[in-house]
Design a protein around this ligand. Structure first.
Ligand SMILES: Nc1ncnc2c1ncn2[C@@H]1O[C@H](COP(=O)(O)OP(=O)(O)OP(=O)(O)O)[C@@H](O)[C@H]1O
Ligand SMILES: [Mg+2]
Length: 272
C-alpha cells in the first residue's frame, strides 16, 4: 500500500516553469489597462520562488496566468515545456481566502480533486489520510470548515492542492489572514513539506521577512506597468529555523529588498 504514496512523492523531478514576454491587459470601463509588461522568468524544478511587490503590481495576475485561470494578451507560459492555456492538475493553487467547500468535511474537500479525476476509493483514502496526517489534521478529517481554525483551513487547502501531486504549487498570500504565531508555524510546516516533496513553489506575499525565510529567490516587482524589477538570490542555509531571521545575511537582504519595494510603493502612490 505504501507504493501509492511513494509513487506520488517520487514524481517530483517536474515543475520547470518558463514565463516568456508575458503581457496582460484588462478591459475596464471601456479602456485597456496594461497590467503586466513583458515579464520574463524561469523557475527550475523544485525551486521555491517568492513574488514580492506593492499592491496592484500584478502578482496575482501572474499566478492566475500560470494557473490557466486567465489568458495572456501576449507572451507564453510553459510548465514542463507544455504551453499553458487552461487550468490543469499539474498546477495546484492555494488562495488567500479560505476556499474550502463549506458543505464538505476536511476529508471530502481534500479528496475532491482525486474523485473528479476518477481515482479509485481505496487510493483516495490512502493518499488523503497520508497528507492529512502529514499536516496534523487526521483528528479533524470529519470536521466541516466552520469547525476549523484559520490555520487548520489553510493546512487543509495546502493538502487539497498537494494530494494531486502538482508539478507546481501556486500560493497567493496563503498566510496573510493568519495571526503572527500561526503564520510562522505555517511557514515552517510548508518548508518541511516542500523539502520532502520538492514541488516547485511560486509564492506571492507582501511580507519581506516571509519571502526571505521561505524562498531560494525573490522576484521583486515594479508597478505601472507590472514587471520584474530585480531577481534576488536568497543564499541562506537550509533547513531554516526561527533563528534564521537573526542572521546578518538575513538582515542585510531584508534592507536591500525593503529599499527596492519602498521605491516602487512610492512610485505607485504618486501615480494614483
Ligand atoms: N479582471 C480584472 N479587470 C480589470 N482590472 C484588473 C482585473 N484583475 C486585476 N486587475 C488590475 O490589475 C492590476 C494588478 O492586479 P493584481 O491583482 O494582479 O495585483 P496584486 O499585485 O496581486 O495586488 P495585491 O497585492 O493588492 O493583491 C490591478 O491594478 C488590478 O486593479
Ligand atoms: Mg494579489
Amino acid at each position: 500500500m505504501a507504493t501509492l504514496v511513494e509513487k506520488s512523492l517520487k514524481q517530483r523531478v517536474r515543475g520547470f516553469v518558463q514565463v516568456e514576454n508575458l503581457s496582460v491587459s484588462f478591459r475596464s470601463k471601456g479602456q485597456y489597462v496594461h497590467v503586466l509588461d513583458s515579464v520574463n522568468f524561469k523557475v527550475e524544478p523544485g525551486e521555491f520562488i517568492c513574488l514580492l511587490g506593492p499592491s496592484g503590481c500584478g502578482k496575482s495576475t501572474i499566478l492566475n496566468v500560470i494557473a490557466g485561470f486567465i489568458q495572456s494578451s501576449s507572451g507564453f507560459v510553459f510548465v514542463d515545456k507544455r504551453h499553458v492555456d487552461s487550468p490543469g492538475a499539474d498546477r495546484g493553487f492555494v488562495f488567500q481566502q479560505y476556499s474550502l467547500l463549506p458543505w464538505k468535511t476536511t476529508f471530502q474537500n481534500v479528496e475532491f480533486g482525486l474523485k473528479i479525476r476518477g481515482v479509485p476509493k481505496a487510493e483516495r483514502v490512502e493518499l488523503v489520510d497520508y497528507y492529512l496526517n502529514r499536516v496534523g489534521l487526521s483528528k479533524h478529517r470529519h470536521s466541516y470548515p466552520n469547525q476549523l481554525s484559520g490555520g487548520m483551513q489553510q493546512r487543509a487547502s495546502i493538502v487539497r492542492a498537494l494530494v494531486n501531486s502538482p508539478s507546481v504549487l501556486l500560493m497567493d498570500e496563503p498566510f496573510a489572514a493568519l495571526d503572527a504565531q500561526t503564520r510562522h508555524m505555517m511557514q515552517q510546516l510548508l518548508l518541511t513539506i516542500w523539502s520532502d516533496l520538492k514541488t516547485t513553489v511560486i509564492f506571492v506575499t507582501h511580507d519581506i521577512e516571509e519571502a526571505l525565510f521561505l524562498s531560494d529567490k525573490i522576484f521583486v516587482m515594479g508597478v505601472n506597468p507590472g514587471r520584474i524589477k530585480e531577481k534576488i538570490d536568497v543564499p541562506l542555509e537550509r533547513p531554516r529555523h526561527a533563528d534564521s531571521i537573526l542572521l546578518p545575511e538575513f538582515t542585510s537582504l531584508n534592507r536591500q529588498v525593503f529599499e527596492l519595494i519602498r521605491e516602487e510603493t512610492l512610485k505607485s502612490m504618486e501615480m494614483n
